[in-house]
Design a protein around this ligand. Structure first.
Ligand code: KG4
Ligand code: ZN
Length: 341
């Protein structure tokens, strides 16, 4: 029997999340973001796995209650089995396997990136437009920057990837240099709104094909600031933080947009999805929408609450695969460097 009441679980990094999908429609989504990491300026893996263990049961109970279902109503389970932090993934995978045995229902391990791609199909309203197949999809988060060609659920080709830092990582690292708390992406986005994007021209790294690179821009910000005396530097940050943020953000957005333009031109595919934490970025959405308008295409973005890590996207990716009879068995293990296949 095809499972229709699905519980999704996501514990790959520092968000403990659970969601319920009923007949392909989102019924609940609960995310508990771990604030324990803020004082360290990044995610501490050991703290993350301990926090998942402490939080997961109550997050799952809340997701079931919000969806008005009980454990006995569930007909399938899906869980992120990679990529991510090994300890964090293991909490979700072990929990899911135990629950599956206890309830006697099937379960499926899902790739976190496939979850982000599936976030475009998440909605409480099934009439919202979703991208047709094939479409292009830019996955852009704290851990990944990949341009994909998506032929169907679970059918992908990687067209290009970052050679070094992910775009979200660049936002977070540059934010740290500027004295902003982790994760800095949303703060840089907000500050950039009142800033001058031509205040400083950061170099744009362009590579052959569809690959990207973001380590240069971080170094470039560092050199730009270190060339100043300490007093001058502090003054610049105090007086021109929005301008620095806007100039940096504009360069990152340009570097993300440029391979998409090439891909649309070369593949003729005019539907593009933008997913992952950085897809919440206002300027990236604005510039990609402009580009697609000018090329006669269409951009698709998830609801803001499904850009950052969540379990609804994991439930949706699992739902799509379970519809065609896929399931994992108890030999499933957490795979921190799991590839899309
Ligand atoms: O997808 P996600 O929640 O986790 C990963 O799988 O990495 O993405 C988190 C990343 C962080 O690097 C965060 O700074 C970035 O997404 N981010 C943003 C924005 N919102 C989140 N970056 C730029 N602009 C935003 N509005
Ligand atoms: Zn993610």
């Amino acid at each position: 029997m095809i499972p229709q009441v699905l519980l999704g679980i996501e514990t790959s990094c520092d968000d403990t999340a659970a969601a319920v999908i009923i007949d392909g429609k989102l019924a609940s989504s609960v995310i508990s973001s771990q604030l324990e990491h803020v004082e360290f300026g990044g995610v501490v893996p050991e703290i993350a796995s301990r926090a998942h263990e402490r939080l997961l049961v109550s997050v799952v109970e809340t997701a079931l209650r919000d969806a008005n279902v009980s454990k006995g109503d569930l007909s399938g389970l899906t869980v992120t089995s990679g990529p991510g932090l090994i300890g964090s993934l293991m909490v979700g995978v072990s929990f899911t396997k135990a629950l599956s045995v206890g309830l006697g229902i099937p379960f499926l391990g899902v790739n976190h990136l496939e979850g982000h791609i599936a976030s475009l199909y998440l909605s409480e309203d099934l009439s919202d437009p979703t991208p047709p197949y094939p479409h292009l999809c830019l996955i852009v988060s704290g851990g990944h920057t990949q341009l994909m060609k998506v032929e169907g659920p679970g059918k992908y080709a990687i067209m290009g990837s970052t050679r070094d830092d992910a775009a979200g990582e660049a936002f977070d690292k540059v934010g740290k240099i500027l004295g902003l708390p982790y994760p800095a992406g949303p703060k840089i986005d907000a500050l950039a709104k009142t800033g001058n994007k031509t205040f400083h021209s950061f170099p744009r790294t362009r590579l052959k094909g569809y690959d990207t690179s973001f380590s240069g821009i971080k170094t470039s910000m560092l050199y730009f600031l270190n060339a100043l005396e300490e007093v001058e530097r502090n003054e610049l940050i105090a007086n021109s933080l929005p301008d620095l943020c806007a100039s940096f953000q504009e360069a990152v957005v340009d570097m993300l947009i440029s391979p998409i333009k090439k891909a649309v031109r070369e593949t003729g595919i005019r539907h593009i999805g933008l997913v992952g934490g950085v897809s919440a970025n206002t300027r990236l959405r604005e510039k990609l929408a402009e580009l697609m308008n000018s090329m006669g295409g269409q951009m698709y973005v998830p609801d803001f609450r499904f850009c950052m890590d969540n379990a609804a996207m994991i439930a949706m990716a699992g739902y799509q695969r379970m519809q065609v009879g896929q399931a994992s068995d108890l030999s499933l293990t957490a795979d921190p460097s799991m590839k899309l296949q």
